[in-house]
Design a protein around this ligand. Structure first.
Ligand code: ATP
Ligand code: MG
Ligand code: MG
Length: 548
């Protein structure tokens, strides 16, 4: 059983249980199936599931599928997969569309009680007559229709006699209410649209503000948790539950949504990125979707720990994206094997190493976790190192290779750069070095010290691999400039490099995670790796100023 950290909603739950206001904690996670879940949803998922779990309650996964134009079964499936992957299991899987008939019956009840009426005003007219914060709204000329007439019209709305937008059903509350949400909100609209579950059964669909409280009441939800934007809707939520004479009386509680620096968190914008081909799919590793984070290499443990750390509050804030990165480093630190990879290879020939000889050197799989044991890595006369571990004319304090300088090869020997071989254009294409057999790693050599340690991969057995390095798709600064969203895309969000990994990684499978010495944590991309071709997504580099 998980124990979430203390927060104001948890305190409300504790008080409600103590006071006997509720005897079971029932929550729900209510996504609209109009896109893939993102890291913001993870916050809501953790909150709802962990809260109920802690008090032996229940949590439903309920699809808020009241807007068929934007919804799709692809999203219904991905959402279930993502919730499960995060480590949560719902008590019941529900759909708001399961309740369409009951919602209709409750609307009929409202009409009979004089609490709802059919209006002929169109959307624009309704907006214009709604009033402002300082001015009351104006009553529709149709507000006085009799219950009989309203019933007749509503029945005919359902029967499909009217076109989209021709009529709506409005709650009859108070056009002068200081809360604009209570000025006769629309609760049903006409939409001749095929629904992914109910097909063509319905051509009228309930609005969120009407369907949501009733769905909560039908399911016996005790604490209906949503984000702060819905605070002003709470009086309407309570009105709907009471006016529809629901047996259960759920209550709504609001918390501040998660915002992350340099991260787009709106499904509408994320969908635009997919539709415009800016990213290759919803699970592109640059996407802040759960599936994108998974493909990049995030673990459910890291995401849950992050959600626990950021907590639940009512104050708006923006969390530094490096906080999320901190938690994946923490999670993988002791779990991921540490190996060597060369992302931008430069061939090194060790001229005094016997030709045709190959030896195996022992290396720790994770120096911080000795239980992970050791492995053997090949070493020979030809190896690859990183291009930027050599400089012909280095600045001061450059301790890696340059002509005449000696460095330590991680897990191997000291080598000294004797010569840089260039092509006709003057580019360095190979280094010729010598090694000192006495400096072999693990022999306790103390004869002299070198300041630089670099990584390498033996050339004859190196496994060609692709490395994909990521930067934010959108930076805050770009968005703040007020430019159109698609003009803010970072053109360098993806860098693709062709290099090598150690031969012992040949059999790596999708989602295997490694720490590459000096490069950071990487995940084997489950989609792009195929037929022995390994593609690695960089999850995160090794350190950030945030950890310090
Ligand atoms: P978006 O604006 O990205 O489309 P949404 O709120 O419309 O998000 P829903 O599918 O309705 O998406 O969200 C399901 C639940 O997740 C809601 O209860 C919502 O409050 C919550 N949620 C959505 N975004 C965030 C966020 N950034 N932080 C915390 N909770 C969120
Ligand atoms: Mg929503
Ligand atoms: Mg939305």
């Amino acid at each position: 059983k998980t124990s979430s950290s203390s927060n104001f909603i948890k305190n409300i739950v504790i008080d409600d249980l103590k006071a006997g206001k509720v005897n079971e904690i029932v929550t729900r996670f209510p996504p609209e199936p109009n896109g893939y879940l993102h890291i913001g949803h993870a916050k809501s998922i953790c909150l709802n599931f962990e809260l109920a779990d802690e008090f032996n309650g229940r949590t439903n996964l309920r699809f808020d599928d009241t807007n068929p134009v934007k919804e799709d079964t692809e999203y219904v499936e991905s959402i279930q997969e993502d919730v499960r992957w995060l480590g949560f299991e719902w008590d019941e899987l529900r759909f708001a569309s399961d309740y369409f008939e009951e919602l209709y019956e409750r609307a009929v009840l409202l009409i009979k009680k004089g609490k709802a009426y059919v209006d002929d005003l169109n959307a624009e007219q309704i907006r214009e007559t709604r009033g402002t914060l300082t001015e009351p709204g104006t009553e529709s000329p149709h507000r006085g229709r009799s219950a009989e007439e309203n019933l007749d019209l509503f029945t005919r709305m359902r029967a499909g006699e009217f076109r989209d937008g021709e009529k709506v059903l409005r709650a009859r509350i108070d056009m002068a209410s200081p809360n604009i949400n209570l000025r006769d909100p629309v609760i049903y609209r006409i939409s001749h649209t095929h629904h992914h579950r109910t097909g063509d059964t319905w051509c009228i669909y309930p609005m969120y503000a009407y369907a949501h409280p009733l769905s909560d009441a039908i399911e016996g939800v005790s604490h209906s948790i949503c984000t702060l934007e819905f605070e002003d809707q709470r009086p309407l939520y309570d009105w709907v539950v009471a006016a529809c004479e629901m047996e259960a009386t759920p209550h709504q509680y609001e918390f501040a949504r998660l915002n992350l620096t340099n991260t787009v968190m709106s499904k509408r914008k994320l969908k635009l990125l997919v539709d415009e081909g800016v990213v290759d799919a919803w699970d592109d590793p640059r996407m802040p979707t759960i599936s994108g984070l998974r493909r990049k290499g995030y673990t459910p443990e890291a995401i849950r720990a992050f959600c626990r750390e950021i907590g639940v509050a009512r104050a708006y804030s923006t969390v530094d994206e490096r906080m999320l990165e901190h938690f994946i480093r923490e999670d993988l630190k002791l779990k991921a094997p540490r190996t060597m990879s060369v992302l931008q290879p430069l061939k090194v020939v060790i001229t005094n190493y016997p030709e045709g000889q190959l030896e195996y050197l022992e290396a720790d799989n994770n120096p911080e976790n000795p239980e992970m044991g050791v492995r053997l890595i090949p070493f020979s006369r030809e190896i690859y190192i990183e291009q930027d571990d050599f400089m012909e004319n280095p600045p001061a304090k450059y301790f890696r290779l340059f002509p005449g300088n000696e460095v330590r090869l991680k897990n191997a020997y000291f080598i000294k750069c004797e010569e840089a071989v260039k092509d006709e254009a003057g580019n360095v294409i190979e280094l010729r070095c010598t090694y000192d057999p006495e400096t072999k790693s693990g022999t306790g050599f103390t004869g002299r010290k070198v300041k630089g340690t670099i990584h390498w991969v033996e050339a004859s057995q190196a496994v060609p691999s692709e490395f994909r390095l990521y930067e934010p798709l959108i930076t805050n600064e770009a968005e703040d400039d007020g430019k159109a969203f698609l003009e803010c895309i970072n053109p360098n969000s993806l860098e693709v490099l062709q290099g090598f990994v150690e031969p012992n990684m040949q059999g790596a499978a999708g989602h295997d995670k490694f720490q590459f010495f000096r490069h950071g944590y990487f995940n084997v991309d489950p989609k792009l790796s195929a037929d022995g071709r390994l593609v690695f997504n960089r999850i995160v580099s090794l350190k950030s100023s945030f950890d310090a």
